[in-house]
Ligand binder design. Structure first.
Ligand code: YH5
Length: 278
């Protein structure tokens, strides 16, 4: 049985886990201005855990295509107080969705037990920070940078190229002294990928098993679902996202990152029950 040690908390990887997305950006938990209502964020966290979230992923920077970069201090101001209050109130592993070394350090000091980095520790000082912090790290693949990544992404072979990138980042981490047991991998759905690239990655997700590390998959509400379902808006992507979650788990995914906790938790339990028949 594999257990990820996330500071005070642990994550049981012998069954698929639900990572709930808690965005702490001005479009969520704010009055439209820059003030974040921490009490509302904490209530949302409580609901997410009650609905079946095994991990909460807290992010203060929008990495949606075209989103502006968030300044360091602003990201800290958004994310740290929320991590502190959730860590104090709830016995749930907290993941911090950031690519900045200073945010990683302060988040772990505030109670985060996992680093989720869409830049796979390529940011300035991120590798050294992650090594010292001694928590698990999710290394995600992205081609390009959020502002421009959806402008004509190209691959020789998307599965082979993404695998090669992740394999290289694992080697860099091992070289830096990060234990292999601390690493998780994510192909980065939607990050510098066309619809065809995303469909291929999910179709062939089992090939990432060769890397022999737990796989995290985030497809929830992403535009690949909207595109397949005839330009469905974000609030009409739930069932498409659940189909993707089932397929990801069948192909070996260990953690599903989602906005939709209860439906995803049910779908995961059902899929796992059938997969456990011997
Ligand atoms: C991920 O896949 N994604 S932030 C656009 C959407 C919907 C959702 C409406 N952080 C991932 O969730 N971390 C993000 O269209 C992530 N894996 C990991 N590990 C983007 C996001 C989203 C973007």
């Amino acid at each position: 049985m594999t257990r990820l040690v996330c500071g005070e908390q642990t994550v049981d990887l012998s069954r698929p886990q639900v990572m709930g997305i808690l965005n702490v950006t001005p479009d969520s938990f704010s009055d439209g201005g820059r003030f974040i209502h921490h009490d509302i964020a904490l209530k949302r966290a409580l609901t997410m855990v009650a609905e079946g979230a095994d991990i909460l992923d807290i992010g203060g920077e929008s990495t949606r295509p075209g989103a502006p970069a968030v300044e360091e201090q602003q990201e800290l101001d958004r994310v740290i107080p929320v991590i502190q209050s959730i860590a104090a109130e709830l016995p749930v592993p907290i993941s911090v969705d950031t690519n900045k070394a200073i945010v990683m350090r302060e988040a772990v000091a505030a109670g985060a037990g996992l680093i989720n980095d869409v830049m796979a520790l390529q940011g300035e000082g991120a590798l050294a920070a992650a090594k010292e912090l001694n928590v698990p790290i999710c290394l995600m693949h992205m081609q390009g940078l959020p502002r421009t990544m959806q402008q004509d992404p190209q691959y020789r072979d998307v599965v082979a190229d993404v695998k090669a990138f992740l394999s290289e980042r694992v080697a860099v981490c091992l070289n830096a002294g990060i234990a292999r047991e601390r690493l998780l991998l994510d192909p980065g759905f939607g990050f510098g990928k066309t619809l065809e690239h995303n469909l291929r990655l999910l179709h062939d997700l089992d090939l990432f098993g060769e890397l022999q590390l737990p796989l995290l998959v985030g497809i929830s509400r992403k535009s690949m679902i909207g595109a397949v379902l005839g330009d469905a808006p974000a609030d009409q992507r739930l069932f498409g996202g659940l189909a993707c979650a089932v397929m990801a788990i069948e192909r070996g995914a260990a953690i599903i990152r989602t906005h939709d906790i209860k439906p995803t938790a049910d779908v995961i339990r059902m899929t796992h029950a059938v997969m456990s028949v011997n």
